[in-house]
Design a protein around this ligand. Structure first.
Ligand code: C2E
Ligand code: MG
Ligand code: MG
Ligand code: MG
Length: 291
């Protein structure tokens, strides 16, 4: 395939339907083994509070370094894993890694929350809340340090099934966030009926708000209405300091994006945190950022 992008010729390789099907099949059949072989790992992206810029938490984002296909982002394999009925395996893996990480921080005197993305299929598993409760107990992590992120379309696709599970998770004390807010069909009014604590403004609006007045208006109204419903408002996709400053001026509570940090593997996140943590001896450490 030939195409031009910016005057320069680009030669792309477009796989056939058969190749796409085969690849998905391989990913699904190899998934369990890839966990054991440590090809799959969890990266963490920090989130900071506004305006005081302290580390509020991290979001766990899964990565797969495949021996044949190379680095794969979640968008390339999570849908296939979901369709194959393996999302429970993935979620358990990410949850365990995240809680182990939170436990280590607690041992160092740091209260940093971890956010794990759920798929709608997790909410179809009636035993899911009990499994999560057992994991929290196993790692001795307080539930308020765990956040689950769900997309609005995920919750809306089968509210009858999803709602009781969400209520159960919420009653355990886990923080619930609606991810990619603004992209689905549900309205802010509908949010009132969900047991959620946070809205995450979709990055498309945050990325666009510097140049598009419509995006800016969407961001502003999500912040205002989110607050009027008593929710914490998080902005993802914060790439520029102008965006951070605008969000701060609007009263947005938390910012996440490449400006603050890209998602990092565990060791690099540790170094990132260490460089920004002021530790006062004998007292609980404060995570103070200079950004
Ligand atoms: P998400 O939960 O909305 O995560 C945010 C995505 O935006 C991540 O992409 C992150 O790397 C990216 N991002 C963060 N800051 C910026 C920024 O400043 N600019 C831009 N352009 N992008 C930014 P990623 O890691 O590729 O993940 C994509 C999606 O895959 C996630 O969207 C989430 O829905 C899903 N996902 C990731 N990990 C898991 C998981 O463990 N389980 C499930 N079920 N889904 C996952
Ligand atoms: Mg998310
Ligand atoms: Mg999102
Ligand atoms: Mg997303």
């Amino acid at each position: 395939v030939r195409a031009t992008r910016g005057g320069e010729e680009v030669r792309g390789y477009v796989p056939s339907m058969g190749q796409i099907f085969l690849r998905r099949f391989q990913l699904v059949t190899q998934f369990r083994q890839s966990l054991e072989d440590e090809q799959v790992s969890v990266h963490y992206q920090p989130k900071i509070t506004l305006p005081n810029r302290q580390v509020q938490g991290v979001e766990a984002l899964v990565r797969w370094v495949h021996p044949e296909f190379g680095r794969l982002g979640p968008d390339e394999f999570v849908p296939a894993i979901e369709a194959a009925g393996l999302i429970g395996v993935l979620t358990s893996f990410v949850l365990e890694a995240s809680l182990r990480r939170a436990r280590k921080w607690l041992d160092e005197g740091l209260r940093i929350s971890v956010a794990v993305n759920l798929s709608v299929r997790n909410l179809a598993d009636e035993d899911f809340p009990a499994k999560v409760a057992r994991e929290l107990e196993r790692f001795d992590v307080p539930p308020e340090l765990l956040t689950f992120e769900l997309t609005e379309s995920g919750v809306m696709s089968d509210p009858q099934k999803a709602l009781p599970i969400l209520r159960e998770l919420h009653s355990l004390g886990i923080v619930l966030a609606v991810d990619d807010f603004g992209t689905g069909y549900s309205s802010l009014a509908y949010l009132r009926q969900l047991p959620v604590d946070q809205v995450k403004i979709d990055k498309s609006f945050v990325l666009g708000m510097g140049t598009d007045l419509g995006d800016l208006a969407v961001v502003r109204s999500i912040v205002e209405l989110g607050h009027s419903l008593g929710l914490t408002v998080v902005a993802e996709g914060v790439e520029e300091d102008v965006a951070r400053d605008q969000l701060e001026a609007m009263g947005c509570d938390v910012a996440q994006g490449y400006l603050i940090s890209r998602p990092l593997p565990e060791d690099r996140l540790e170094a990132w945190l260490q460089a920004r943590t002021a530790r006062s001896p004998g007292r609980h450490s404060e995570t103070v950022l200079t950004l």
